[in-house]
Write a protein that binds this ligand. Structure first.
Ligand SMILES: [Zn+2]
Length: 260
């Protein structure tokens, strides 16, 4: 069947067709029925702007550059072209060896925590949403660390899926976009953690907190304090690890910042 839809760039300056980026795709005039949009089988966020439906598709850091076929609108394929992007390398020394090569019992704990975290990060809550946007959750030096290819004590680990913001322990972390708290816990790698669901698969994550000031199920508004900056979990110093997800995929939070 002929493609009736083109992967038209919407507000091209704000999308990034690269691994870890966001594609904004105009999928037609906003009408009574919201089209069903999926990417690699996962439900995709759709917002309305200027009378148009726009899909915000999270592109995984491990995407191979080139033409992607995974996007469907009402089961029709919409091609997306993803460009290569060179993320930098980062080599870290972690003193606590358990944080580099965890023991068998710790691995079991990590697996259980992973399930809980993944379930919150991949949730899709069907509410109407606006264009995904965030404010900076803390004042502080913002590193451009998203996507770094990391080595701990010389051993390759998964790429860095968030933005690190340096701030002293105890600095309040403010809710950068309204939502519902869907996970809190003290996790092995992430330390004290909060996960915040903004609707339609737009989810944000806050790690290494010294304290958590919200509870599971809380509805929070922009500016509320969700916790305090700390150095819990696998860290080399006090900072906030701030990550944003679309369709279960980590995307660069800098792309969603209102004051960027
Ligand atoms: Zn981090």
């Amino acid at each position: 069947m002929a493609l009736l839809l083109a992967a038209t760039a919407v507000a091209a300056a704000e999308q990034a067709l690269r691994p870890g980026g966001v594609a904004l795709v105009d999928i037609g005039a906003a009408g009574e029925r919201l089209p069903e949009v999926r990417f690699d089988g996962r439900a995709v966020l759709v917002f309305v702007e200027d009378g148009r439906y726009v899909a915000a598709v999270g592109l995984s850091l491990d995407t191979n550059p080139g033409q992607l076929q995974g996007l469907t609108v009402d089961e029709k394929s919409v091609p997306l072209k993803v460009e290569a992007h060179a993320y930098r390398e980062q080599r870290l020394t972690v003193k606590n060896r358990e944080h580099v090569n965890p023991s068998a019992s710790t691995l079991e704990r990590i697996r259980e925590e992973r399930k809980e975290i993944d379930s919150a990060l991949t949730a899709f809550r069907e509410v109407s949403v606006q264009r995904p946007r965030v404010l900076l959750p803390v004042e502080g030096r913002r590193s451009s660390s998203f996507g770094l290819r990391r080595f701990f004590n010389g051993e390759p680990r998964s790429p860095h899926k968030g933005m690190d913001i340096a701030a002293v322990t105890g600095t309040p972390v403010r809710v950068p976009a309204a939502g519902i708290i869907t996970a809190t816990g003290d996790y092995f790698f992430n330390g004290n953690t909060v996960i915040l669901d903004h609707g339609q698969g737009f989810v944000s994550l806050y790690c290494h907190l010294s304290s958590i000031d919200v509870e599971l199920g809380d509805a929070v508004e922009v500016g509320d304090i969700l916790g305090k900056v700390g150095a819990t979990g696998r860290v080399t110093g006090a900072h906030l690890h701030f990550a944003t997800y679309l369709n279960g995929t980590a995307v660069d939070p800098a792309l969603l910042l209102e004051d960027r």
